[in-house]
Design a protein around this ligand. Structure first.
Ligand SMILES: [Zn+2]
Length: 318
């Protein structure tokens, strides 16, 4: 890893960090000089794209909040700001509910206490912008919970507070510093040994294997966190999924004995002189003691039993 001062195609100079072989770094720098944009110009370009995206309205729902619904404008709001403001929308930061999200963005938004109120907002917005597309960015689980809490009326508030408390008590995964910032599809691609290749904002990046593993661990924690939140909100599938994971965790995966062959082995033993077994690892003949062979046998039996038990749990909870 090293730092380079690069003059981008937009004419601005910026210091960037590059990984990998020297030849690859030079290739990257050349690419940036010819086609790349500095951070500020990149941001401006994204805003420009937004400005040419048709106006849209997105509705969010968090059933546990006093104002459970929120609607916010997307796309080209700059040319219609006055109208948007008259509709009762405010310029605020739109906190993304997704804990994976690395982007915080500002927008025109409006909060509503009930679905009826949200419906009224839709009606008013459609009067001013008849062509606008409305998107719903929430799950059926959230909607069902919202209805349940509404029906419970005053007790619903108490229930909501209790559920929120349970969610607050969950351990929130901490995003590692190496987590990619920007638009990433969550996929890793092969790279030279010790590295992984990823694409962020359509640009190729190399990260170390160590960072890759930290990112994978975090993704798993997030998945588990989301399941726990969904289970608290009453998602039966999430409850089942968590039960399954807990049951599998209870099973102990057998430990590989130290004498287990290191390398490619077909798990077969061949006859040898008394007290020994013959095996082929990476195409080479090896002799192991009868004792070690027995230990490996026991391990393989325990492993296949373990795998069968895991399969059974997966099946029975489907
Ligand atoms: Zn620039």
């Amino acid at each position: 890893m090293a730092k380079y001062e690069v003059k981008f195609s937009c004419g601005h100079t910026q210091i960037i960090e590059l990984f990998g072989k020297d030849k690859d770094r030079q290739r990257k720098i050349e690419y940036f000089e010819e086609h790349g944009l500095c951070k500020n110009c990149y941001k401006a370009m994204m805003q420009e794209i937004e400005a040419h995206t048709p106006l849209g309205l997105t509705a969010q729902l968090n059933p546990l909040e006093t104002y459970p619904f929120r609607a916010y404008f997307t796309g080209d709001t700059e040319s219609v700001e006055d109208k948007v403001e008259t509709l009762g929308f405010f310029w605020t930061d739109i906190g993304d509910s997704d804990i994976l999200s690395t982007s915080e963005f500002m927008g025109w938004s409006c909060e509503c206490k009930s679905s009826e109120e949200l419906g009224k907002v839709f009606k008013e917005v459609k009067k001013v912008f008849p062509e606008i597309e409305i998107k719903f960015d929430f799950t059926e689980i959230d909607m069902a919970l919202y209805k349940r809490l509404q029906e419970a009326q005053n007790d619903g508030k108490k229930q909501a507070a209790e559920l929120q408390k349970k969610i607050d008590e969950l351990e929130k995964p901490q995003r590692p510093d190496c987590y990619p910032e920007g638009n990433w599809n969550g996929r890793f691609y092969k790279a030279e040994k010790g590295y992984r290749r990823i694409y962020v904002n359509n640009k190729e990046l190399l990260i170390t294997e160590e960072d890759g593993q930290a990112i994978e661990r975090f993704d798993k924690q997030v998945e588990n966190y989301k399941l726990q939140v969904a289970a608290i909100k009453g998602d039966e599938n999430a409850v089942k999924q968590l039960e399954k994971t807990a049951k599998i965790k209870e099973l102990k995966e057998p430990e590989k004995p130290d004498c287990y062959p290191k390398g490619r082995w077909n798990e077969r033993f061949y006859k040898a002189e008394k007290g020994y077994r013959r095996i082929y690892v990476d195409g080479k003949e090896l002799l192991i003691s009868e004792e070690d062979g027995q230990a490996i046998d026991d391990y393989l039996t325990a492993l296949s039993e373990y795998e069968k038990a895991v399969e059974n749990i997966k099946k029975e909870c489907q």
